[in-house]
Ligand binder design. Structure first.
Ligand code: ADP
Ligand code: MG
Length: 719
């Protein structure tokens, strides 16, 4: 039996860069592609662009100095010759590649100055008896300082010395027609040459399917364990008394839609339980999430608990503050406002009211979750447009409302961590960390319930995988009386017609937004552009009252402008994308998005959602400049053809992959390495079923999975 390879500290550090922290992680460090060194190609038969292995004798070797020092050798076999070229080389290579030596070279062939050549091929000395490889040669994700050869050796050693138990119960494995785990590893690390290379590269081979299934299953398990673990935690049970909630409903000028009633009853039921709610409320722009949030807040307040309502921008937070203020004033509930731009003294007053418990409802930006702010008795935290927040902010949110300064342990693993496998010596310490050196005692102090809201709909597969630890409520119906927004694509060349449109709309008492082009490179340019656009439009429309709102404005100024627009004092509002989230001015029925080709799909959808909120027919003009990139063209087509946020998100997922859609989750979340939630939906569905089954009937197997796949990742699940 071979013994575990010794690994130097430098190599350990390099392995860590690749996400390999345990010896067992080497097993799951899978090839990105393969090289075929199982046969030799006659030199005359190789073609530019292909990767080939050739063998022959060096018939010439020389060093040239122009344009830079280069070693050039000629390799000849019975069929022909080609050149080997090296820009950086060592004396050992010059020696290896001396005239008359017999060499085997692997590399990509290309057409060079002298004819066919390989640049930096992999070369070794051979004789007539040197055997060929018997399996395809894996190429692994690598990093500077860690060669393919070194990685291959480490992985081969790991395959030899580590047990690779199949945690999937045999019966399930057979029923699902999946390949065994260790067989799959062997195939992927050492594939036989008769395996179709395409099935490996496209990851359709049964061995790949098995590994992807395992990855998805581990993800499902960890989400579920995390979800289940919440029922061991304590939150105040906030039963609906009706004192405020019923009163608010009675006073409202409209009736809740069926969808709003349904989601509120889901939330209300969760709040009444003595365990923290973590619910995501999804609803397209304009579907009426705010009133649902207000009802949730009142249910907490009815129980004498505090509520923090946080929005990602000052404009949006202020709007919530005003709106909830209106709604709640008749009930005698007065919210307190807190944002980063408040004067020191006012902030003080606000934070004192929060700390003493004098105020039960605090509305503001992420300033609410800064260190200095402490709540007397926080029962519910509401986060609007949660995808706009960063991971750090979500962590801070999580920590609020704890009555003691302890770190709550998270029981990622069901029961105890599995025994360390023999030979896992370099992992012992980390594994111990992963499975908490944290205190094992239950966290008993209460924590707040959480309601997260988002208008960025999550495609089904994404929700099923990355958000499976949250409960999700969906508002799938818009309030009545809305007429769908008409979208028009207009090229820059017809800008004048657009001006006329704006003028006509405003002259008949409607209001309009003009969204400035997005300038990614610099905030200064963005600001400059907003100022110029405002100036230009003021000149174009001397008869209209034109306002400007942008991100760099003082928040009190922003709020003043928004209020003026809301009351109709301003007719045309020039705005940067600060109005993207949540702004609600029902009388605005026209929106022009300048340089729409620069914006992303989610952004366009959000922006367009600012109109179509009243009874009037609304229009959104996407003004674009040619030439359009392929991606921009596709995006504009999608936004033109679709009004449903879910359909748009689905296409966005296809265009961009899950990373960006995940928003705040993306930076911390354990991303899938092998599976693709779009193309592997069948595996995802299987994994969901099996996850339930394992947790119910095979807890040992579930532990095995979590240990194998998640030992490095559990922290992320927490945010
Ligand atoms: P979003 O889901 O985008 O946050 P809002 O909560 O801002 O949507 O609601 C959009 C608009 O619809 C607001 O003016 C709100 O008062 C109004 N609204 C919400 N629910 C209803 C309803 N059931 N009937 C009529 N109007 C409603
Ligand atoms: Mg909103």
């Amino acid at each position: 039996m071979t013994s575990p390879a010794k690994i130097s500290p430098a190599t350990l550090a390099n392995l860590a860069k690749l996400g390999i922290h345990h010896r067992a992680d080497l097993l799951l460090h899978l090839p990105i592609r393969y090289e075929d060194e199982t046969h030799l190609a006659p030199i005359a038969a190789v073609e530019p662009g292909e990767t080939a292995q050739v063998q022959g004798v060096i018939t010439h070797a020389g060093i040239t100095h122009r344009p830079r020092r280069t070693l050039i050798c000629r390799l000849q076999d019975a069929s022909g010759e080609l050149y080997l070229r090296f820009l950086n080389f060592y004396p050992s290579q010059t020696k290896l590649l001396a005239v008359d030596n017999q060499i085997r070279a692997v590399g990509e062939v290309r057409m060079g100055y002298y004819g066919l050549e390989m640049v930096h091929p992999k070369c070794r000395a051979v004789n007539d008896e040197t055997p060929l490889q018997t399996s395809l040669t894996p190429v692994y994700p690598a990093t500077a300082g860690l060669s393919q050869t070194a990685l291959r050796k480490l992985i081969a050693n790991a395959l030899e010395v580590l047990p690779t138990p199949d945690y999937l119960p045999e019966e399930i494995c057979n029923n699902l027609n999946l390949l065994g785990f260790s067989e799959s590893l062997n195939v992927l690390h050492n594939p036989m040459p008769d395996i179709a290379a395409s099935s490996l590269e496209e990851r359709t081979h049964p061995a790949w399917r098995r590994i992807k299934f395992d990855e998805l299953l581990a993800q499902q398990l960890s989400m579920r364990v995390h979800h289940r673990e919440r029922s061991n935690r304590v939150a105040p049970a906030l039963k609906q008394t009706g004192r405020y909630t019923a009163a608010l409903l009675k006073n409202l000028p409209f009736k809740l839609t069926g969808a709003q009633q349904k989601v509120f009853s889901e939330i209300s039921r969760d709040l009444a339980k003595p365990h923290p709610m973590q619910r995501l409320l999804l609803g397209d722009v304009g579907s009426g999430k705010t009133i649902v949030a207000a009802l949730a807040a009142l249910q907490a307040i009815e129980n004498g608990y505090q509520v923090a309502f946080m929005a990602p921008t000052e404009i949006l937070a202020e709007q919530h503050y005003l709106k909830l203020g209106d709604w709640l004033a008749p009930l005698g509930v007065t919210p307190v406002w807190l944002s980063g731009s408040l004067k020191k003294k006012d902030k003080r007053v606000a934070s004192d009211k929060i700390a003493s418990g004098e105020t039960l409802l605090a509305i503001g930006t992420h300033a609410l979750f800064q260190q200095q702010i402490s709540f007397h008795k926080l029962g519910l935290a509401i986060v609007d447009e949660q995808h706009k927040f960063g991971v750090q902010q979500r962590l801070a949110l999580h920590a609020k409302g704890k009555t003691e300064k302890s770190v709550r342990p998270i029981n990622l693993v069901v029961g105890h961590p599995p025994e360390l496998v023999e030979g896992n010596e370099f992992t012992a310490q980390r594994v111990r960390q992963a499975h908490h050196e944290r205190p094992d005692e239950q966290f008993k102090s209460a924590e707040p319930h959480q309601l997260m809201m988002s208008a960025t709909p999550i495609p089904r597969t994404l929700a099923m995988s990355y958000y499976a630890d949250l409960d999700v409520s969906v508002i799938d119906e818009l309030p009545p009386g809305r007429t769908p927004v008409i979208t028009k694509l207009v090229s820059e060349a017809r800008r004048d017609e657009v001006f006329e449109r704006v003028r006509a709309a405003c002259m008949t008492g409607q209001q309009a937004y003009w969204v400035c082009p997005l300038i990614d490179e610099s905030e200064v340019l963005q600001l400059q552009n907003a100022l110029e656009t405002h100036q230009m439009l003021t000149g174009t429309f001397p008869e209209l009252r034109v306002g400007l709102v942008h991100g760099k404005m003082d928040s009190s100024e922003k709020v003043r402008v928004m209020a003026a627009f809301k009351t109709g004092e301003l007719q045309l509002l020039v705005a940067t994308t600060v109005i993207e989230v949540g702004v609600d001015v029902p009388n605005a029925s026209l929106m022009v998005i300048d340089h729409a080709e620069r914006m992303g799909l989610a952004q366009l959808h959000q922006l367009r959602g600012r109109v179509g909120r009243g009874a009037a027919q609304s229009l959104c003009i996407l003004l674009y400049q040619k030439p359009l990139s392929e991606l921009a063209r596709t995006r504009l087509k999608v936004i033109f053809e679709n009004t449903d946020g879910f359909a748009i998100a689905q296409q966005d997922l296809q265009l961009r992959g899950p990373g960006e859609l995940l928003g705040a989750r993306q930076s911390g979340m354990a991303m899938l390495r092998f599976a693709n939630i779009e193309t592997d939906e069948d595996l995802l569905n299987m994994a969901r079923d099996v996850a339930d089954q394992l947790l119910r009937d095979y807890p040992e197997a579930a532990r095995g999975y979590l240990h194998r796949w998640m030992a490095n990742k559990h922290d992320y699940l927490h945010v």
